[in-house]
Design a protein. Structure first.
Length: 398
């Protein structure tokens, strides 16, 4: 049974969805308040209630209502890519309602509520310049409407418009605060990642120094001994050369492992292995993504460089699922064969993989596999989602 917590309502509904919901609720409310309910006096709003028939609108009022709905649809469609244009469409929608089915003397706060919702949603992810442009459009629509009515000598509800002006300011401040929090969190995350990478590389450099210095010292001593006894004691020279050979091979294998760790800026510890997959799954589950792991074949110890590379491929692929796929689950298949280790990570999300396959993550995984003379593929699946597959050759004696 899955223990993955369901996504919150704020995450399930898009900003465009919240904007559409706000428009529908505010428009319905604007119709309802036009009705004179039992027990309500005509004064001081009797004139407006007598002139407006919410459920018996004239043809031009219906046209303006339809135009407002069309502008809402465009705004919801544009909000993610062109937030300023979306806010402009919502401002025009509010003006169409004000001068159409409601024909009030001022833009009511409920009619500008969708504009404020969209402004807040657009300010949070957008650059500051774009958010200021969207706020300027919202204010221009409000102040322009007031200016036109004053210039024509018509009545204006100044106190009501002051409330709408405050709503616009509050919406921008909330969105801008969320944007600053997001940028601050991103900066802290990047700084922590840089510090972790620096600390890890320093640790590897120290380990590399100790290993190479020791190995070169052994090789130098044995080479000197072999040179001295090569004529008088051939057997001793042969043993010294054997020590040089074995030490050189061990050092070369260690260097390959450490170079692989240095190549990966996110490397946590060279000792990471497939045994850490369960902990990885638990951590990702806390982020709201369920990861199912299928083990095939007989599990057995692997060469350290293969074990590390396999874990990093699974880790990077699962991380891309969390960041880019838009789905809440993925499948990891790990297959042990006599001469190879196979890895397959698939998801069914609509995200299309890590940035279209051009990011460093995919290149890093491909480099790891190539260093081990393996095969690597990554790309969208025909049936939807993303698939990462790798084959790592194993020595027969492993």
């Amino acid at each position: 049974m899955s223990v993955t917590p369901p996504a919150t309502l704020l995450r399930r509904v898009t900003p465009g969805g919240w904007t559409a919901l706000a428009w529908c609720v505010s428009t319905l409310y604007s119709f309802v308040v036009q009705i004179r309910w039992p027990g309500e006096s005509l004064a001081p709003w009797g004139e407006k209630s007598d002139q407006v028939a919410p459920f018996a609108m004239q043809s031009h009022e219906l046209v303006m209502l339809l135009l407002a709905a069309v502008l809402l649809g465009l705004a919801c469609r544009w909000l993610a890519k062109w937030p300023a244009a979306a806010v402009l469409a919502l401002v025009l929608s509010a003006l169409a309602l004000t001068n159409g089915p409601f024909h009030t003397t001022s833009i009511a706060p409920e009619q500008y509520l969708p504009v404020c919702v969209a402004l807040c949603a657009a300010t949070s992810p957008a650059p500051r310049r774009t958010s200021l442009l969207a706020a300027a459009i919202a204010l221009a629509g409000l102040l322009g409407y007031l200016g036109v009515r004053i210039a024509l000598g018509l009545r204006v509800g100044t106190s009501v418009e002051a409330v709408v002006l405050m709503m616009v300011a509050v919406a921008w401040v909330i969105g801008n605060s969320r944007r600053q929090e997001r940028l601050h969190a991103q900066e802290l995350s990047e700084r922590a990642a840089e510090q972790a990478v620096t600390a890890e590389r320093l640790r590897i450099a120290r380990e590399l120094h100790d290993m190479v210095a020791h190995s070169i010292g052994v090789v130098a001593i044995q080479a000197g001994a072999a040179r001295r006894v090569i004529e008088s004691q051939p057997e001793g020279a042969r043993q010294a050369l054997g020590v040089i050979e074995s030490t050189s091979r061990e050092t070369l294998a260690g260097l390959r492992r450490m170079l692989g760790a240095l190549h990966d800026a996110e490397s946590a510890a060279p000792l990471a292995s497939l045994a850490d997959v369960d902990q990885l799954v638990a951590n990702v589950r806390g982020a709201g993504v369920r990861v199912d792991v299928e083990w095939r074949g007989e599990r057995r110890p692997l060469p350290p460089e293969v074990d590390l590379a396999a874990f990093r491929i699974v880790q990077e692929s699962v991380t891309n699922v969390v960041k880019h796929s838009g789905t809440q689950q993925c499948l990891v298949k790990v297959g042990f064969a006599a001469d190879e280790l196979s890895l397959v990570i698939v998801d069914s999300g609509p995200g299309g993989g890590p940035g279209g396959g051009t990011g460093y993550g995919v290149a890093g995984m491909r480099d790891r596999v190539q260093l081990l003379d393996g095969e690597f593929t990554a790309g969208p699946r025909p049936e939807g989602g993303y698939r990462v597959a790798a084959r790592l050759p194993l020595p027969l004696e492993a």
